[in-house]
Design a protein around this ligand. Structure first.
Ligand code: ADP
Length: 270
């Protein structure tokens, strides 16, 4: 081989190596940037409720002689502390789902049970908003996963469907099992989400139409948790929505066979 050719080859190899190294650094920087963003966003979002708790505690101190005022501030303090508690537990869940740690509690999970538990967890919210929840579809779908993570994901979708629907409306939760894929669809006829915002609602802390969303007192983390939860289970999430007409969020997860020790009736039941 001509010496010049060798040099040329060597430089091609060096270029490739450099490219690989650069790519690796870029990936590391991206992960580091995401982590920094997460910490920054989180600290920012925690400031408001922490500030409110502090102010209310001070208000109670200075109203000590007036029992009515104390009761009033104390009940607001309880509400704010509850919100703060919900926010921190959501932040922890999201950070666990975003980390590389394996999901620990993997087993064959009945989707029917997940849906039932998710609806149960939102029973009070539905009741107070005068919303009825209709359930339908396949009862024999199973997936491999972490039952708590999946229940929280479906629960978040049901909670949103309730929160963004008018009083008296109906929310639907349907399960389908087709060609080895389980889909869980949560449908509402509520306010809907504009096309521009549909792409953004899965970002953490993003809340569409700020003024309207703030009234319902959410955290902007629910859908981000849902997205990471399904991704960790090898699935995905799809959103259909029209402003003023409502939304359908569909989770798709790889199905597994029902456990063999199930009673025959349940194995055959549709
Ligand atoms: P939040 O705690 O604000 O509900 P989410 O991450 O669950 O946070 O949702 C992000 C935003 O997406 C919400 O603030 C709301 O604007 C919009 N959204 C979510 N679900 C629905 C729905 N079913 N109907 C209309 N808008 C929704």
């Amino acid at each position: 081989i001509e010496p010049r050719l060798v040099t040329a080859r060597a430089s091609v190899i060096t270029a490739r190596l450099t490219l690989v190294v650069i790519r690796d650094i870029t990936e590391r920087e991206r992960v580091e940037e995401m982590r920094r963003d997460f910490v920054a966003n989180t600290s920012h979002e925690l400031k408001t409720p922490v500030g409110a708790v502090t102010l209310l505690a001070e208000a109670i101190e200075s109203a000590a002689d007036d029992p009515d005022q104390v009761r009033h501030f104390a009940s607001r303090l309880t509400a704010e502390a509850g919100r703060l508690g919900q926010l921190t537990s959501r932040i922890m869940n999201l950070s666990r789902l975003q980390s590389a740690d394996d999901l620990t509690e993997l087993r064959d999970v009945s989707v029917d049970e997940v849906v039932a538990a998710a609806i149960e967890s939102q029973w009070l919210a539905a009741q107070s908003a005068d919303i009825t929840i209709a359930r339908g579809g396949s009862r024999r779908a199973y997936v491999r996963g972490d039952v708590q993570v999946l229940t929280e994901a479906v629960g978040n979708l049901v909670a949103n469907a309730i929160a963004y629907s008018p009083a008296g409306a109906q929310v639907g939760v349907g399960v389908k099992l087709i060609d080895g894929v389980v889909s869980i669809a949560v449908t509402d006829r509520g306010i809907g989400i504009s096309e521009d915002e549909q792409r953004r609602v899965f970002e953490r802390f993003y809340r569409a139409d700020q003024a309207r969303s703030r009234r319902t007192g959410g955290t902007g983390l629910g859908l981000s948790i849902v997205k990471h939860a399904v991704q960790r289970h090898g699935g995905d999430i799809e959103l259909w929505s029209r402003p003023g007409r409502g939304s359908t969020f569909t989770l798709r997860l790889p199905a597994v066979d029902p456990p063999l020790n199930l009673p025959d009736k349940k194995r055959r039941a549709k």
